[in-house]
Design a protein around this ligand. Structure first.
Ligand code: UN1
Length: 504
């Protein structure tokens, strides 16, 4: 790390990873090393929380909730606005920290901080727009309406690949909605979480809102403790389907709410009517960007058989010219995978592809250099291969062939996940077919745009095993509030609904 980066972000060589009203100076959990995946060097360490530390943080969140929920929502929005300002000031440094801890290229690291800032701006506006409906009552001199109230302390579990943006999706909405929260970041990215907490604390100090945004780094056991905790009405979790299933199971046992954003196995259909140059560029960003480690990354490319071979050839040539290297260097477009296990997973997937009859057209190997680098990989596959139906969090792209659009859509939808999807075509009939009820079954469906890189203004999330949750834009805020239907009788009679008579 450059010399003034840790200082600008309030980081030490060893940090606490637990903060309620104050930082807990020596938390009792494990010491977690933050390792740069581009060269496997340890940058700093962060101490995780124990059960007792978690208890302190939850207590802070519960106590603060009673005050925070009664602050006018626009006043809560003002706090979020200032968090956005503070993030603007530290955008470069925090972006660089994301690059150093996750291995994203510089532009994507900064893009992630921009996503946080956008989310702050959105939430500020929302803080004056938490609208309820007015409903026509069937009874005379009655008024019926809906209002939305804060829920309580929200548990936020985030993944390594968007270590700060996904926190902001949740935290900014939860905050303006009047909730306090406890963030359990990925143990893979503890340092970015600590840096964000410092930024938030500075703003919190000016507005008497310590205890609203809390942090508790911890292991799986600590995560389960939070999911099982009856004092936490909502658990928002981002990660693998496996993790989500566990969260849903535990939270379901206590009938708590969950907001799940899980795996994706995203596909793009490129028809014979597509602008192929545009499609090619979109494939490159969606499949190779972030080294294939977005939940929106492109994993399946469904090509019309008349263009299949030529398109795969062009793609293969383009893959060869992708600058791979240290993600902080200008011009680099692909950095490392996040750690050695991710490289193992990649290699295991390549072996399975071979066993199942897939043909690696390009890539397929780990790169022989320090750090966790692999080659971006193109595979000629068939839809019956089991591995094509799984999400491998690595830059592996399966190319599949179709002849009729119906067949392409069926192939597209034939996976358990349902996050993001895309079609490239200039034919209106085709694109509308893809967007119709009989088209893509995903939460996100794009036309002439790749599968990744969604704006925050839309609701983000997916169907089927992706978990059904929606985060960030549109009306995703409703997940963080409880709805109350209110009926007020302002007359002197007591008429009953449905015409029921009950005269004593
Ligand atoms: C994720 O990978 O978990 O749409 C989130 C995108 C980003 C968010 C990805 N805005 O690719």
């Amino acid at each position: 790390m450059s010399q003034n980066l840790p200082q600008r972000l309030g980081l030490e060589s060893h940090n606490s990873g637990v903060c309620g009203v104050d930082w807990i100076t020596s938390p009792g959990g494990e010491r977690v090393e933050s390792v740069n995946p581009a060269n496997d060097t340890a940058m700093a360490s962060v101490q995780a929380g124990s059960a007792a530390d978690y208890e302190q943080v939850v207590t802070a969140a519960i106590e603060k909730f009673t005050e925070w929920r009664m602050r006018p929502a626009p006043a809560r929005g003002e706090v979020v606005r200032q968090i956005g300002e503070a993030l603007r000031e530290k955008k470069r440094e925090l972006g660089m920290l994301v690059t150093l801890e996750v291995g994203k290229i510089k532009s994507e690291g900064e893009g992630e901080v921009q996503e946080m800032i956008d989310m702050c701006d959105f939430a500020v506006g929302l803080s004056r727009q938490l609208y309820g409906l007015t409903i026509a009552s069937e009874r005379p001199r009655h008024r019926m309406f809906e209002q939305w109230h804060p829920l309580g302390p929200v548990g936020i579990i985030t993944a390594f690949n968007f270590p700060v943006a996904v926190w902001a999706w949740n935290a900014m909405l939860a905050g303006v909605c009047g909730n306090t929260m406890i963030w359990k970041p990925s143990p893979q990215t503890p340092l970015t979480a600590v840096a964000v907490q410092h930024i938030v604390n500075e703003v919190a100090d000016k507005h008497d809102c310590r205890g609203v945004f809390n942090l508790c780094l911890g292991d799986v056991e600590l995560g389960e403790r939070m999911v099982n905790d009856p004092r936490i009405p909502l658990i928002s979790a981002t990660g693998s389907c496996r993790m989500g299933r566990r969260v849903a199971e535990l939270a379901g046992k206590r009938l708590a709410r969950t907001l799940l954003e899980l795996g994706g196995n995203n596909a793009m259909i490129v028809s014979q009517h597509a602008d192929q140059d545009l499609a090619l560029r979109a494939v490159l960003f969606a499949a190779v960007g972030t080294a294939g480690q977005r939940c929106t990354s492109l994993r399946r490319l469904i090509l019309h058989d008349s263009i299949h071979d030529a398109f795969v050839d062009k793609l293969s040539t383009a893959y060869e010219s992708i600058p791979i290297g240290e993600p902080w260097n200008d011009g680099v477009l692909m950095g490392p995978l996040v750690n050695a296990q991710a490289v193992d997973m990649f290699e295991r997937a390549i072996a399975t592809i071979g066993e199942q009859g897939g043909e690696v057209v390009r890539g397929g190997k780990r790169i022989d250099r320090a750090g966790n680098y692999v080659e971006p990989t193109i595979v000629k596959a068939t839809p019956d291969m089991a591995i094509v139906h799984e999400e491998t969090f690595a830059p592996i792209l399966y190319c599949l062939k179709y002849s009729q659009l119906e067949e392409a859509v069926a192939m597209h939808n034939a996976v358990p996940q349902g996050l993001s999807s895309a079609i490239f075509s200039q034919d209106l009939g085709e694109t509308e077919r893809f967007l119709s009820a009989a088209g893509s079954d995903c939460g996100i469906a794009n036309v002439n745009i790749g599968t990744s890189g969604a704006e925050i203004g839309g609701a983000f999330g997916g169907e089927k095993q992706t978990g059904g949750g929606r985060e960030s834009g549109s009306d995703a805020w409703r997940a963080y509030m409880r709805r109350q239907t209110c009926t007020v009788n302002w007359g002197g009679e007591l008429p009953l609904a449905q015409g029921v008579k009950f005269d004593v």
